[in-house]
Design a protein around this ligand. Structure first.
Ligand code: GGG
Length: 355
């Protein structure tokens, strides 16, 4: 029991980001049972609705609005009918990641008991690893240009940016994480045969930093065969470190192999705690199923558990995860993406009731 009160900026965003009340329901139940307080500041920006009203995704003074929040609890962003995806992402989520130097995107991949696994014969324990995605540079750069638009001479260029500082700190984070795990193994995602400048640089930095961790074993795979190995041999992986784009792809594929992307959480973390970290489900806004009450709230709820762990409420985080495991055991607790009969609210209420 910490008796602390945490200030959380809550941003539901778009589409199935509106599962947010279920994430908050679990947080509030955990706060009651573990004796800490929550002060929730709900914000309407970083959404298509806000864009329609203001012509931009966020107010100019968004940092002042987030203020002294201990963490940000985020839903999903994107509503392409109203705002092009590259604008919604660059004007919202990527602002948080870059401005708050949330250079680690931490994404667990775990087959939970009771969850139907699309890979034949896999048991819980067979799939249990972390994707550590670089989150502030790499392929997600705003460096490039567009010349002669709409003409026969049209040219578009976008650069990948890797800095020694940026690569070293994410690789070190991955090795530090591996040191806390039983298997102590790091896999690096590369494509240094085809991407012949940035990726050999990445590989070289992994080789150099690995020298600091003699107790950690490691391997590396080109991204193409690595995706195949996720499907064929997911038990090989423990901690997988990857550039921004490769990590994004792997952290959708991993949870899909472990049942559904609907339960996958993530933390956009500033490990130095100089700025608030942001916790969000891996899934996007899913306009195709939004507003039907059928979205899986577990990705949001599990993201809340990661947030509590980050804030120092490890017991409350573990209690949420144990409630999630209970609920996922029965078809009545699971949403339809997991062959269950629950809807968003009944699944969320079941988790909160088990807390
Ligand atoms: N909750 C995750 C979300 O809204 N994702 C939207 C998206 O496209 N994200 C891309 C990324 O994580 O880089």
């Amino acid at each position: 029991m910490s008796n602390r009160t945490y200030r959380i900026a809550v941003i539901a965003g778009d589409g199935i980001g509106k599962v947010m009340p279920e994430g908050v329901r679990a947080l509030e139940a955990a706060a009651r049972s573990h004796g800490f307080g929550l002060e929730l500041d709900w914000h309407d920006f970083a959404s298509a609705d806000y864009y329609v009203r203001h012509g931009r995704m966020m107010p100019e003074d968004w940092k002042e609005k987030v203020g002294t929040a201990d963490a940000i609890f985020f839903g999903a962003v994107g509503w392409p009918e109203v705002v092009p995806d590259h604008i919604s992402l660059w004007e919202s989520l990527l602002q948080f990641r870059r401005e708050y130097d949330q250079y680690v995107n931490l994404r667990p991949v775990r087959l939970m008991p009771g969850v139907p696994c699309p890979l034949a014969g896999r048991q819980p324990g067979d799939i249990d690893f972390w994707v550590v995605r670089e989150n502030t540079e790499g392929e997600y750069s705003a460096v490039g240009g567009h010349m002669f638009p709409g003409t026969e001479r049209e040219v578009v260029i976008q650069e990948t940016v890797m800095t020694r500082h940026g690569v070293d700190r994410i690789v070190r984070f991955a090795f530090d994480l591996a040191m806390k795990r039983e298997r102590r193994h790091v896999t690096s995602a590369t494509k240094s045969n085809g991407i012949a400048i940035t990726m050999p640089f990445w590989d070289g930095r992994v080789d150099a930093i690995a020298q600091e961790y003699p107790d950690v074993t490691r391997d590396k795979y080109h991204i193409d065969i690595l995706t195949a190995q996720f499907v064929l041999n997911p038990q090989r992986f423990d901690v997988v470190v990857a550039s921004n784009l490769f990590g994004d792809i792997l952290s959708d594929l991993g949870p899909a192999c472990a049942g559904t992307i609907g339960i996958a959480p993530s933390g956009n973390i500033n490990p130095e705690r100089a700025h608030p970290s942001l916790f969000e489900p891996v899934h996007g806004s899913a306009p195709d199923i939004a507003g039907q009450g059928i979205a899986n709230p577990v990705g949001q709820i599990w993201s809340g558990a990661m947030m509590l762990e980050h804030l120092g409420e490890a017991e409350a985080a573990a209690a949420i995860m144990s409630a999630v495991e209970d609920v996922l055991q029965t078809p009545a607790g699971r949403t339809r993406d997991l062959k269950g009969s629950a809807d968003t609210v009944s699944c969320g209420k079941a988790v909160a009731a088990s807390l």
